[in-house]
Design a protein around this ligand. Structure first.
Ligand code: AMP
Ligand code: MG
Length: 337
């Protein structure tokens, strides 16, 4: 599988959406498409819908003539995926899998295979079988109180499938495909911190996505400019946590210890064409830390290309992509080419 970096949209791209060809491309391409885009290009205002799924408030903005129908289908798909993956819900495929039911749901089996591939690619930093350990910490779905489990409990916790690390990325990917089928011209899907972008803005300008400041929800680190068909996933140790005896315990576990990862990163943003990879890699990078994340990017280059924006615990922001730091920000910024 292959993700891509930035200016990767082309008519010929297999499985892509015809309507994702940037309007800035050659006049020939523009002319070819103008006719079929009629009714889309002029729709300057997006149609918006807010959906609550996967324990997250999601804001979907869609441009195009059939945006209303596309959004209704997107909402249904988000709820369907929620039901498929919710580990704590008795009618979910993951629940059935964890209770030994056979046969395994075919769609889930594919996802498990993909999660296993990502686990291998990240040297185990992404681990889809942390369900029981997450429950012990109280971070599992429907799990009990948040507490620090004993080492013996963690050591003997069984392997339970938990796809929380790819759920949103999968949702972004699936909804993007659905919107393509409805021939929308462009969309921004805010999936609660993660953002999936599809196609073009009606005026042909690039999408601008602001990255949240991990230390301050109402502020931002800087902005990314991107063409369509990317997924921007952010994992942060500030997202879900509790404190006990002055120590903060967060929800991203280091599979080696089954304890909250102790890397130098407070957040990792991954920009990749694939939502599932982006989502999983962001979690893995939080475990691996700056050096490990950059090494992983090098190692996977050519197979899974992605960009990184990493924020360290001493307020340094490393970025490998076109990223515009916020002016006057208290962070220090380093570009890695
Ligand atoms: P995210 O906030 O996108 O990084 O996803 C975190 C979610 O992934 C957690 O709520 C868990 O369900 C799961 N998770 C935590 N640690 C890991 C890990 N090391 N590998 C895979 N999934 C994890
Ligand atoms: Mg994620």
């Amino acid at each position: 599988m292959r993700c891509c970096r930035r200016a990767f949209l082309a008519l010929a791209k297999g499985g892509g959406c015809l309507y994702t060809v940037p309007m800035k491309k050659t006049g020939l391409v523009l002319l070819l498409l103008v006719f079929s885009l009629s009714g889309c290009v002029g729709d300057a205002a997006p149609v918006r819908r807010t959906v609550f799924a996967m324990d997250t408030v999601m804001n979907l903005s869609v441009y195009g003539a059939d945006a209303d129908h596309a959004l209704a289908a997107a909402e249904a798909e988000l709820h369907r995926l929620d039901t498929l993956l919710a580990r704590g819900t008795a009618d979910s495929a993951v629940y059935a899998y964890n209770h030994g039911e056979t046969p395994v749901d075919a769609e889930l089996a594919e996802l498990i295979a993909q999660a296993d591939t990502i686990a291998a690619a990240t040297g185990g930093a992404f681990d889809p079988y942390l369900g029981a350990a997450l429950d012990l910490w109280g971070f599992g779905s429907g799990a009990g109180e948040r507490r620090v489990p004993a080492s013996s409990e963690l050591a003997t916790a069984p392997l339970l499938l938990d796809l929380g690390g790819i759920a949103k990325g999968l949702a972004g990917e699936r909804v993007r495909a659905l919107l393509c089928a409805y021939r929308v011209s462009g969309a921004v899907l805010d999936l609660g911190g993660d953002v999936a972008v599809l196609g073009d803005k009606p005026d042909g300008s690039l999408w601008r996505v602001a990255l949240r400041d991990p230390a301050n929800k109402s502020d931002y680190l800087g902005t990314l400019e991107t063409e369509g068909d990317v997924y921007i996933a952010t994992s942060g140790v500030y997202e879900r946590y509790f404190e006990e005896n002055g120590v903060r315990y967060h929800h991203i576990l280091d599979p080696k210890t089954r304890r909250p990862a102790e890397s130098d990163l407070v957040s990792a943003t991954v920009v990749c064409e694939s939502g599932v990879w982006a989502d999983a890699l962001a979690t893995a990078c939080c475990v691996l830390g700056t050096d490990g994340a950059l090494a992983l990017r090098e190692r996977l280059a050519g197979d899974v290309d992605f960009d990184l924006i990493l924020v360290t615990d001493d307020s340094l922001v490393w970025y490998t992509t076109d990223f515009e730091p916020k002016q006057g920000s208290p962070y220090r910024y380093e570009h890695i080419s």
